[in-house]
Design a protein around this ligand. Sequence first.
Ligand code: ATP
Ligand code: MG
Length: 356
Amino acid sequence: MTTYKIAVIAGDGIGKEVMAEALRVMEVLQQYDADFKLQLEEFPWSSDYYLEHGEIMPKDGLDQLKKFDAILFGAIGDARVPDEVTIWELIMPIRKQFKQYVNFRPVKSLKGIGSPLKNGKDIDFVIFRENAEGEYSNSGGRMFEGQADEMAVQNTIMTRKGIENITRAAAQYAVAHGKQKVTSATKSNAVIHTLKLWDEHVKQVLAEEFPDLQLESNYIDALVAYFVERPQSFEVVVASNLFGDILSDLGSSLVGGLGLSPSANINPEKDYPSMFEPVHGSAPDIAGRGIANPIAQIWSAALMLSHLGRPDLAEKIVLAIEHVLLDGEVRTKDIGGSASTTEMGDAIIEKINAQM
Ligand code: ATP
Ligand code: MG
């Protein structure tokens, strides 16, 4: 029997509500497979925890997490706690320390869910967002505060290794999944230092290591338009931290919105745990009402199972989600229904049971 140790951080707001459903789904899967066991440990790190303890996680928090096979994360964010704390003292340290330099986001139409696009053809591509460096740096500063010539400098840091790593991860995925093309997001005509380096090394890795893959390189302004005009033409998109963030929210809205969008923060070397979380945040506007859509969280758990070497179980989850949406009877408010978070969890579990 294989036992996987999973750290569970439900976090704030709807994070707690949708996590409960993901945990129920995984519980059910274990009942059907004697070979598959999850050892879950829940961590209360959240904004409430911060308000009580003065820190969002204990000093040895990362050491505690290190020994797990994966981290399942809900969402974090609360009006009473500055983003500098939730982002820079919890999420970023986990991503950086555990070398989760790949942020992986599938953009896949689901049967039964409409798209805001007039062209209703199926969309199915993935985004590889660089997750450890780039525009999201705390390097920089402010000068002349409060004066008329006040200014700020924000440094973008890109390294050859960082660019090679994310490109390689995207290309390996492309090859493993029979894809032909990798699309790179750039703007090297205007951002001439970092993004020229980006262009050079994306090109070099593909040419030297993946000569069979085709490279399409687009300026980000054009690329967002192509996402809307011809989303079916993409297979694997590779982008920097900021561009990838924007593209994945756009991608998410093309296929039904935040309630349906999972993501994975992956450490491809597997020397530290990877982390799986919905794209959405804590959604304070609907928190506490039991109406959040748990699909993004449940699908994130599926990505985790896939990463842990059980793509068969991941497949069962995604199929169950597709069946529920196709039936159309159980829908949460964000996708045009009135079902509760728990009712959606029940419906997905029912479809998993039906497959076993
Ligand atoms: P955070 O600061 O934690 O990111 P946020 O205010 O940015 O929180 P998000 O969670 O990013 O909110 O979501 C944006 C909007 O999308 C919310 O107002 C919410 O109504 C909706 N939303 C997000 N996730 C879901 C979900 N799982 N189910 C239903 N609606 C959702
Ligand atoms: Mg948000």
